[in-house]
Ligand binder design. Structure first.
Ligand code: SF4
Length: 227
C-alpha cells in the first residue's frame, strides 16, 4: 500500500490529522548545530536571570540609575571581563563599557588578544550607576554580588579578568591595591576551576598612559591563560 492509500485508509477509520516524520526531521543534529543550541540555551538562561532583577532596589544605587545595566557579549566566552559599575553612557545606553574606556578596551583586546568585543563577555560588579560616578561602597558591592555570581555560574568561563581594584574586591572579596596584584592569578572562591586575573581598569590607563605597557603585558598573560 502506498503512502496516499495508507493515509486515506487511516482517515476512513477515523484519524483526523496525520503527520509524517520525514528522514530529514529524524536525522540526528550535527555537532555544530548542537553547539549553537547550547549557546542559545545559555543566552536564554542569562536573559531570564537579567529579567529577574531588572527592577532591583536592594541598594541605594537604584535611585541614581536610569536602568539596570546587564552583562553583554558571548555567553560561551572563555573570559569574562568585570568592571566597577556603569558610567553615564552605559546608564543611558543600557550596555556596559560603551564609553571612551570601553572603546579603548575593545581596541586593546583586539590588538593584543586577537578577540573582538563580541567574542568576549563584559559586565560589572555593580549593575547600577553610582551618583557622579563615585566608587560603589563595600555594602553596595556585597548587595549586587549575587547577580554577578549567578552570571559567572551560567557562563563558566576559564578566567574572570577583573578591571581595577573595585572589581577585584567584588569578585575575590578582599580589597587589594591593584598596583600590587595586577598580573597575578587567583582562584575564584566559588569555583576552584575558574581563575581570577587582575589588571588595571582601562579608564586608569586613559588617565595614566605611562601604565599602558603594563596593561598590554597583562593582556598578553591573559591570552595565554585562556589558550
Ligand atoms: S546596584 Fe545591584 S543591588 Fe544595587 S540596586 Fe542595582 S542591581 Fe540592585
Amino acid at each position: 500500500m502506498g503512502v496516499e492509500e495508507t493515509i486515506r485508509a487511516l482517515e476512513d477509520i477515523g484519524f483526523g490529522e496525520i503527520y509524517l516524520l520525514t528522514k530529514k526531521a529524524r536525522k540526528k543534529p550535527q555537532s555544530s548545530k548542537e553547539t549553537v543550541k547550547v549557546d542559545q540555551y545559555k543566552g536564554k538562561i542569562l536573559q531570564d536571570h537579567f529579567m529577574s532583577f531588572k527592577d532591583c532596589t536592594k541598594c541605594p544605587l537604584h535611585r541614581s540609575r536610569s536602568q539596570v545595566v546587564f552583562g553583554d557579549g558571548n555567553p560561551d566566552s572563555p573570559v569574562v571581563f568585570v568592571g566597577e559599575a556603569p558610567g553615564e553612557e552605559e546608564d543611558a545606553q543600557g550596555r556596559p563599557f560603551v564609553g571612551r574606556a570601553g572603546r579603548y578596551l575593545n581596541r586593546k583586546i583586539l590588538e593584543v588578544m586577537g578577540m573582538r568585543r563580541e567574542d568576549v563577555y563584559i559586565t560589572n560588579v555593580c549593575k547600577c550607576r553610582p551618583p557622579e560616578n563615585r566608587k560603589p561602597t563595600a555594602q553596595e558591592i556585597r548587595s549586587c554580588f549575587p547577580y554577578l555570581r549567578k552570571e559567572i555560574e551560567i557562563i563558566k568561563p576559564k578566567v574572570i579578568c577583573c578591571l581595577g581594584s573595585t572589581a577585584g574586591e567584588g569578585v575575590i572579596g578582599k580589597n587589594m591595591p591593584i598596583t600590587k596584584v595586577r598580573g597575578k592569578v587567583f582562584t575564584y572562591p566559588y569555583d576552584p576551576k575558574i581563575k581570577v586575573f587582575l589588571t588595571y581598569h582601562p579608564a586608569y590607563i586613559l588617565r595614566n598612559p605611562r601604565a599602558e605597557g603594563e596593561f598590554v603585558e597583562d593582556l598578553k598573560k591573559l591570552k595565554d591563560l585562556i589558550a
